[in-house]
Ligand binder design. Structure first.
Ligand SMILES: *Cc1c(COP(=O)(O)O)cnc(C)c1O
Length: 759
C-alpha cells in the first residue's frame, strides 16, 4: 500500500509467556519477531495479558496481535479470552491471531473463533509463510482503517507525478524557489503540500456535488453521526450556520432565534432579511448563560413572543426556522428530544447549533441531549426537520475550520438540489483537502467502539480533575483558607444515598447522566423554571470559579477577579478557553492527559501561594509590568486583585452585566436593514454619552460572555439604561487596568474612551 512509510512505528504485538523459554516454541516466537523486523515491522512482546492491555492503551500503532491461547497455569484460557474481549471493546477490526498447537485448535470455542481472525501454528510451515499472513492482515486492516476520502487522497497524492492545475505551488514545488518558501516547505513538510489539491482532480470527487470519494466520505459521516445526509463545510460552523439559514429562510420570513447565539447567526439574519423574534436564555449568579426555560418553547409562549416583538408583530407569520445553541459555550445541553417536542407545533425546521457538541452521540452519558439521536429510521418523520451544525475541529479531532451539517428530514422536505444551492453560495470552489480529510478521519475515529472509548477517556479525566479540585477546596476549607471552586453539583445521588461530589465513585460521575442534570431548584446552578431532565452540564466543560460572587449574584466582601488568574496562567504557558469576571472555562477534549491537567492544578496552587504572599508583580507577571510600569511596577499580586475588585464594586460591574443581559433591547429595524445602512455609510462613530437613543449599526458583543448585547438595528436605550450603564462600567474598568482591556466587538476603544457606530 502506498501509504506505508517504512519508518513509521507500526507494530505487531506478540502476547506469549514462553518467549524466553529454551523450547522450540520459544525459539520460534523469537524467530518470528526477527523475521517481522526484516520486513520493517516492529514487533513488541508482552509476557502477560496485563502487559498486553497496557500496550493496547498507549500504542495506537498496533496493527496485529498474536495471542497465545495456551498460557501457563490457565487451563480454562481465561486470560486470552479476557484480553480478546478487551481488544474487541476498543478495536472491532484489529487482526488477532491465536497462537496454538493444532490439537488445541479443535477445542477453541466458537465465540472465540468468531472474535479472532485465525490461527498461527508456529511450529509448522515456514516462518516466511507466517510472516506473509501477518503482513496481509495488516495491509487489509490499514485499508479498512482509512476512511473513503483520506484513503483516496493518500493514494492519489503518493502516485500523482506532475500537476498542471491549482494550487499554483503544485505539490510544494513553488515554495522551493524562494528562501521564505523553503522555510514554509520544511516546516509543514512535503506531505501536506502534495495533498493540497484542487477540485480539478476528478479522482477525489467534488465537495460541491458530493461525488466520488468526497461524496462517499459525507455518506460515511452521515452513517457515523446518525444523519440522513451530512455535508462537510471547510469554513467552520460559521459558514455551516449561514448555509442552513439561507437554505431555510426566504427574504422577510420570521425566525425564532436563541439570543445566546454565535455571530454567524446574526450574519445569517442579515443575509436572509429575516425578521427575528428572540428566545432569551437565563443567566445565573456567576454570569453563566443558562438554558432557555422550557416554558419559552411552548406554543403559546412562542406565539406570544412573535406577537409582541417589534420586528415580527402584526405579520401573522409562522416562523420558518428555530435556532437553538446546544450545548452552550459553558456546556449546558438541552434534552433535544423535549425541545423538539415543545417546538413541534410552532415550527417545521429546527437548527441545533452543536458547534461544541460533536462528541455527544458517542457517549451514553449524553443520552437524549443532542440532535442526531438513535438511527435515522427511528425518527418520527411527522415532526420538524432537524439540522445539527458541528465544529468537528472544536471537540473532536480535525483541522481548524472542519465542520459538518447533519440533517434529518421530518415533515419539511429538504430536497438535495435546493439545499445544495445554498451550500454552494457559501462554499469555496477551492476547498482545502487536508481539512476535508481531517473531517473524514474524525468520522473514522468515532466509528464503532472507539467513539465511546475516546469520549469516556476525556470524561474520566474531567471527572478526576473536578474531584481533585473539590478535595483540595475541602482541605483548604478546614484551615479556613480560600480556594477555587468548580461549577458543579455539591452532591450527587448514588441509588438512594446522597454523596458529596468529591466522595462519589468516579464511575458513577462518568456514567450517570443524573449526576449532571440541572435539577429544578438546585442552588448550585441557580436557574429557575426548569423541568426534570430538561438540561444537563457537559462534564468536559469545566468552569473554575473564583471567590467574589455570592449565590445571590452580588459581589462578596472580598474576591479575586478571574482575568488576573488568566494573566498568571498565561505566564505559565496555560491558556483557558474563556475568562469571565469570576470564572474561567477549561475544555477537556479528547487526548487531555493527567499530566496536562496535573500541571494546571500545580499552576493554580502556585497562584494561590503567590496571591496569599502578595508576590511582587514584577516577578510573577513580568511582561505586564514591563508594558505598564507606572501602573503596576510597585504592586503585588494581591494588591492588584484587590484594586480590581474594589473597582468592580465601585461601578457595580457584575450587576450591570447581569442587568444588561436580562432584558431584550428594543429593535428598530431588522438586521438586514441595519446592514444596508452600514454599507450606505449612514450614521457615525459616537462616544458612549452620545449613543443614548441611537440605533446600533453593528452588533455589540462583549467577550465574555460572547453573546450579543445588541443586535444590529437595536436601540442603545437611555444613558442610564442597562446597555449604556454596562458599557460605561466596562469602559471604566479598561481605563483603570491597562493590559486587562475587554474585547468588545462593535465597540472601538479610543484614547478618549469607547465609541460605537450608531444611526
Ligand atoms: C464556534 C462557534 C461557531 C462557529 O464555528 P467555527 O467552526 O469556529 O466557524 C458557531 N456556533 C457556536 C455556538 C460556536 O461556539
Amino acid at each position: 500500500m502506498a501509504a506505508q512509510d517504512p519508518a513509521s512505528p507500526v507494530s505487531v504485538l506478540l502476547v506469549c509467556d514462553k518467549l524466553n523459554d529454551p523450547t522450540p516454541l520459544g525459539r520460534a516466537g523469537r524467530a518470528l519477531a526477527t523475521d517481522l523486523k526484516n520486513h520493517h515491522i516492529a514487533a513488541a512482546t508482552a509476557p502477560s495479558p496485563a502487559d498486553a492491555e497496557a500496550e493496547l492503551e498507549v500504542n495506537p500503532h498496533l496493527q496485529t496481535i498474536i495471542l497465545d491461547w495456551d498460557m501457563r497455569q490457565d487451563p480454562d484460557h481465561a486470560a486470552p479470552r479476557a484480553l480478546l474481549r478487551a481488544i474487541r471493546a476498543r478495536h472491532a477490526r484489529l487482526p488477532v491471531f491465536l497462537l496454538a498447537e493444532r490439537d488445541d485448535a479443535a477445542h477453541v470455542p466458537a465465540e472465540v473463533m468468531a472474535e479472532a481472525d485465525g490461527f498461527i501454528w508456529l511450529l509448522e510451515g515456514s516462518m516466511e509463510f507466517v510472516s506473509s499472513r501477518i503482513l496481509a492482515a495488516m495491509r487489509r486492516y490499514r485499508q479498512e482503517l482509512l476512511p473513503p476520502m483520506f484513503g483516496a487522497l493518500i493514494r492519489f497524492a503518493d502516485e500523482a507525478e506532475y500537476s498542471w492545475h491549482t494550487p499554483g505551488h503544485t505539490g510544494g514545488a513553488a515554495f522551493l524557489r524562494s528562501p521564505a518558501g523553503r522555510l514554509f516547505y520544511d516546516y509543514f513538510g512535503e506531505r501536506l503540500l502534495r495533498a493540497d489539491l484542487s477540485i480539478s482532480v476528478t479522482e477525489l470527487g467534488s465537495l460541491l456535488d458530493h461525488t466520488g470519494p468526497i461524496g462517499a466520505a459525507e455518506r460515511y459521516a452521515a452513517h457515523v453521526f446518525g444523519a440522513d445526509r451530512s455535508y462537510f463545510v471547510t469554513n467552520g460552523t460559521s459558514t455551516a450556520n449561514r448555509v442552513v439559514m439561507t437554505a431555510s429562510i426566504a427574504r422577510g420570513e420570521t425566525v425564532l432565534a436563541d439570543r445566546n447565539a454565535h455571530k454567524s447567526i446574526e450574519h445569517g439574519l442579515a443575509l436572509t432579511g429575516a425578521h427575528p423574534a428572540y428566545l432569551l436564555p437565563q443567566r445565573n449568579h456567576l454570569g453563566i448563560i443558562g438554558p432557555i426555560p422550557p416554558a419559552a418553547f411552548q406554543a403559546e409562549s412562542v406565539a406570544h413572543t412573535i406577537a409582541v416583538s417589534r420586528l415580527t408583530r402584526g405579520r401573522a407569520q409562522r416562523p420558518v426556522l428555530a435556532i437553538v445553541t446546544n450545548s452552550t459555550y459553558d456546556g449546558l445541553c438541552y434534552n433535544a428530544a423535549r425541545v423538539e417536542e415543545l417546538l413541534a407545533p410552532s415550527v417545521d425546521r429546527i437548527l441545533f447549533d452543536e458547534a461544541w457538541f460533536g462528541h455527544a452521540r458517542f457517549n451514553p452519558l449524553y443520552r437524549d441531549h443532542y440532535a442526531m439521536r438513535g438511527a435515522p429510521r427511528q425518527m418520527d418523520r411527522s415532526g420538524p426537520s432537524i439540522f445539527a451544525t458541528q465544529s468537528t475541529h472544536k471537540l473532536l479531532a480535525a483541522l481548524s475550520q472542519a465542520s459538518m451539517i447533519h440533517l434529518r428530514e421530518g415533515r419539511a422536505k429538504i430536497e438535495p438540489v435546493r439545499f445544495n444551492e445554498s451550500l454552494m453560495m457559501h462554499a469555496s470552489t477551492s476547498p482545502n483537502y487536508a481539512i476535508i480529510a481531517s473531517a473524514d478521519v474524525s468520522s473514522a475515529m468515532m466509528d464503532g467502539p472507539a467513539g465511546q472509548r475516546l469520549t469516556s477517556e476525556a470524561i474520566a479525566e474531567a471527572v478526576s480533575f473536578r474531584q481533585t479540585m473539590a478535595r483540595l477546596r475541602a482541605e483548604f476549607a478546614t484551615r479556613e483558607e480560600w480556594f477555587f471552586g468548580v461549577w458543579q453539583p455539591d452532591t450527587v445521588r448514588d441509588g438512594g444515598t446522597e454523596l458529596a461530589f468529591m466522595e462519589a465513585p468516579s464511575a458513577l460521575l462518568a456514567e450517570n447522566q443524573e449526576c449532571w442534570a440541572l435539577a429544578p431548584g438546585a442552588a448550585w446552578h441557580g436557574f429557575a423554571g426548569l423541568e426534570p431532565g430538561f438540561c444537563m452540564l457537559d462534564p468536559i466543560k469545566v468552569t473554575l470559579t473564583m471567590p467574589g460572587m455570592t449565590q445571590a449574584g452580588r459581589l462578596d466582601a472580598t474576591g479575586i477577579p478571574a482575568p488576573l488568574l488568566t494573566h498568571y496562567l498565561a505566564a505559565h504557558g496555560i491558556t483557558p478557553e474563556k475568562t469571565a469576571n469570576f470564572s474561567i472555562l477549561f475544555l477537556f477534549s479528547i487526548g487531555v492527559t493527567k499530566g496536562k491537567w496535573g500541571s494546571l492544578v500545580n499552576a493554580l496552587l502556585d497562584f494561590k501561594r503567590d496571591y496569599d504572599a502578595n508576590a511582587p508583580l514584577a516577578r510573577v507577571l513580568p511582561t505586564l509590568c514591563a508594558a505598564h510600569p507606572a501602573a503596576y511596577g510597585a504592586l503585588g499580586l494581591r494588591d492588584l486583585g484587590e484594586a480590581m475588585f474594589t473597582a468592580m464594586r465601585a461601578t457595580d460591574y457584575p450587576e450591570r452585566l447581569q442587568e444588561a443581559y436580562n432584558f431584550l433591547p428594543e429593535p428598530e429595524m431588522i438586521p438586514a436593514e441595519a446592514h444596508d445602512r452600514l454599507i450606505r455609510g449612514e450614521g457615525g462613530l459616537a462616544p458612549l454619552a452620545a449613543l443614548a437613543g441611537g440605533v446600533a449599526a453593528t452588533a455589540v458583543v462583549p467577550y465574555p460572555p460572547g453573546i450579543p448585547l445588541l443586535m444590529p438595528g437595536e436601540n442603545f436605550g437611555p444613558v442610564d439604561g442597562p446597555v449604556l450603564r454596562y458599557l460605561a462600567a466596562l469602559e471604566d474598568f479598561d481605563r483603570r487596568f491597562p493590559g486587562f482591556a475587554h474585547d468588545t466587538h462593535g465597540v472601538e476603544p479610543a484614547e478618549s474612551g469607547y465609541r460605537a457606530l450608531r444611526y
